[in-house]
Design a protein around this ligand. Structure first.
Ligand code: ATP
Ligand code: MG
Length: 558
């Protein structure tokens, strides 16, 4: 046990870990889990939770985790999704033991369908899916038997073979289990095992025109892979008895299913169907739009795998549905980037400052610390000149008491450089707008001191005018304005809660070292937030995504 838990953080076990530890204590061996995405969309933060859980358990307890694509619906699935899913899992820092597809098992699953027919446990039903739905009954009333329920085994075998052979139209027949049309669990009322779909499959092509249903594919696929702990979300709890029923009827490896609460986040939707709609209808710019809750979107935005893993760990594993505050995810991102991201200076909303006693033709290189949290990140030089930009918000002509930044007659420190005092405010004569400040600096105040030992509280960031590099900044807010975007009036949908200001584009002026930043690199722009260079950058100009803001201490005080 020592060995196994050594790199796990100090915390109490979650209930799934308790189950696994009991299994091991009871002599259970070869812990096997799997992550089973349907390749019908990109992975999102909810999947990340499931990935961290399944791969994390295997890692912690010396087991294995397979990646299994649940590719039983050819109409909605695509290799594009398969590829993105593999990339995202690897990026998160996990590797699967085996890469498998439910479609690898189509022949075996078909044989099991035949086996159930032979045992008198399945039959071909000529009713339409609508008729089948209409005769299922309700929770309080039993369903009615299909007129085709008592077909002979021979006839069923013949029809099922001909279904496979492509003789019948889509929707004309299904294979159903013969269980009990009055069963209290509605899923046991002769569930559909196979349906006819005449569509090409991304792996099996046109080999098959009948496809197994989830309930007939999932448990058996687990069993084939000797999955010991099949972990899924709570809505599948009601499927568990059926999962067990097939395994028992077929007498195959006894996989077991365990359920945990799915991850829900405020201001976020996670249904793949809805995310697909956002992409298809152009509400966002693709699956990897940095506002999307997808792993690819978060990667592009500058979230790190370590931050997402830490978030998943903090969320824990719950037995009951709940909603997690988006702030917790952002906290995890800040925490990781604070440790890892290099600091740079950039100004979002510039106000020009002329340092009147600074020589017009000289540049002084100011030594700046790259990351106060990590000495090994070293230092860099940033040029200081007579003309600089500061943030417009860092100046107030008529400041309230606790405003420690620049104001007329007051001093502030330029980050890593000198104290400057504001002597004069220059306005545009026609509009009255402040266009420039005239300041003087204290040449004795380099490196935190001052000529007479006076102390100044405020420190502001700055960029030198002649060397400033302009870039596009994409400032993101939540994609939805409502904590629960799905909580709608009857005539509204989640689309009515889209935030029109979820993306604000702004010009920023950056210190020259950022001209050579690489796509995907993340920085802390001092006092502003974390920013990641976007792939839309060209030789003509860089684009930076705001990954997450810093906490605004001034905003908090007010
Ligand atoms: P959707 O209904 O949006 O298509 P899904 O659950 O069907 O999502 P899958 O591709 O089938 O998506 O999911 C793969 C695995 O990820 C499943 O085991 C599923 O339970 C898990 N998963 C999906 N969404 C979440 C979530 N929000 N929180 C935790 N686990 C999730
Ligand atoms: Mg699914």
């Amino acid at each position: 046990m020592e060995e196994i838990t050594k790199d796990a953080p100090e915390r109490s076990l979650n209930f799934i870990e308790e189950i696994v530890e009991e299994y091991i204590a009871g002599g259970g061996k070869e812990l096997q889990t799997r992550f089973p995405p349907e390749p019908n969309g990109y992975l999102h933060i909810g999947h990340a939770k499931s990935i961290c859980l399944n791969f994390g358990l295997a890692k912690r307890y010396g087991g294995k985790c397979n990646l299994r694509f649940d590719d039983t619906n050819p109409v909605k699935e695509d290799v594009e999704y398969v590829d993105s899913i593999k990339q995202d899992i690897k990026w998160l820092g996990f590797d699967w033991a085996l890469e498998r597809y439910a479609s690898d098992y189509f022949e075996q699953l078909y044989d099991w369908g035949v086996e159930l027919i032979r045992k008198g446990r399945a039959y071909v039903d000529d009713q339409t899916q609508e008729q089948i739905r209409a005769t299922r009954g309700t929770i309080t009333e039993p369903g009615t038997n299909s007129p085709w329920r008592d077909r002979s085994i021979e006839e069923n075998l013949d029809l099922f073979a001909r279904m496979r052979g492509g003789e019948f139209e889509e929707g004309s027949r299904v294979l159903r289990a013969k269980i009990d049309m009055a069963h209290p669990n509605m899923l046991f009322r002769d569930p559909i095992l196979y349906r006819i779909i005449h569509a090409s499959h991304h792996r099996t092509g046109d080999k098959w025109c009948i496809y197994p249903m989830y309930d007939f594919a999932h448990g058996q696929s687990d069993s084939i892979e000797r999955v010991t702990h099949s972990i899924c979300t709570l809505e599948f709890a009601v499927h568990r008895p059926l999962y067990d029923w097939f395994i028992e009827e077929l007498g195959i490896f006894p996989s077991h299913q365990y359920e945990f609460a799915r991850l829900n986040l405020t201001y976020t939707i996670m249904s793949k169907r809805k995310l697909l709609l956002l992409v298809q209808e152009g509400y966002v710019n693709g699956w990897d739009d940095p506002r999307m809750p997808t792993i690819s979107g978060m990667r592009r935005r500058g979230y790190t795998p370590a931050a997402i893993r830490a978030f998943a760990e903090r969320v824990g594993v719950a037995k009951r549905d709940n909603v997690i505050d988006l702030g917790l995810l952002e906290f995890s991102v800040r925490e990781d980037l604070n440790r890892a991201a290099q600091r740079r200076m950039a100004v979002v909303n510039p106000l020009k400052v002329v340092i009147t006693n600074f020589s017009n033709c000289s540049t002084e290189n100011i030594r700046c610390v790259n990351n106060p949290e990590d000495e090994s990140a070293g230092t860099r030089e940033v040029p200081l000149t007579r003309e600089i930009y500061i943030e417009r918000d860092d100046f107030m002509e008529d400041p309230p008491k606790k405003f420690f930044r620049l104001s007329p007659g007051n001093e502030v420190r330029l980050r890593y450089a000198y104290l400057i005092r504001c002597d004069e405010v220059i306005r545009d004569p026609s509009t009255g707008e402040i266009v420039e400040l005239h300041c003087t600096y204290d040449p004795q105040s380099a490196g935190g001191g001052s000529s007479d030992g006076r102390r100044v509280k405020g420190v502001i960031h700055w960029v030198s005018v002649p060397t400033a590099v302009e870039a596009e900044a994409r400032l993101y807010s939540t994609l939805f304005t409502k904590e629960n975007p799905d909580d709608c009036a009857p005539d509204k949908t989640f689309l009515d809660h889209l935030n029109p200001e979820s993306l604000v584009v702004s010009r920023i002026l950056m210190e020259p070292s950022l001209a050579s930043a690489a796509v995907g690199e993340t920085f802390q722009f001092e006092r502003i937030g974390y920013f990641c260079k976007d792939a839309d950058s060209t030789d003509g100009g860089s684009v930076f995504n705001r990954t997450v803001t810093l906490k605004d201490s001034w905003g908090k005080q007010q």
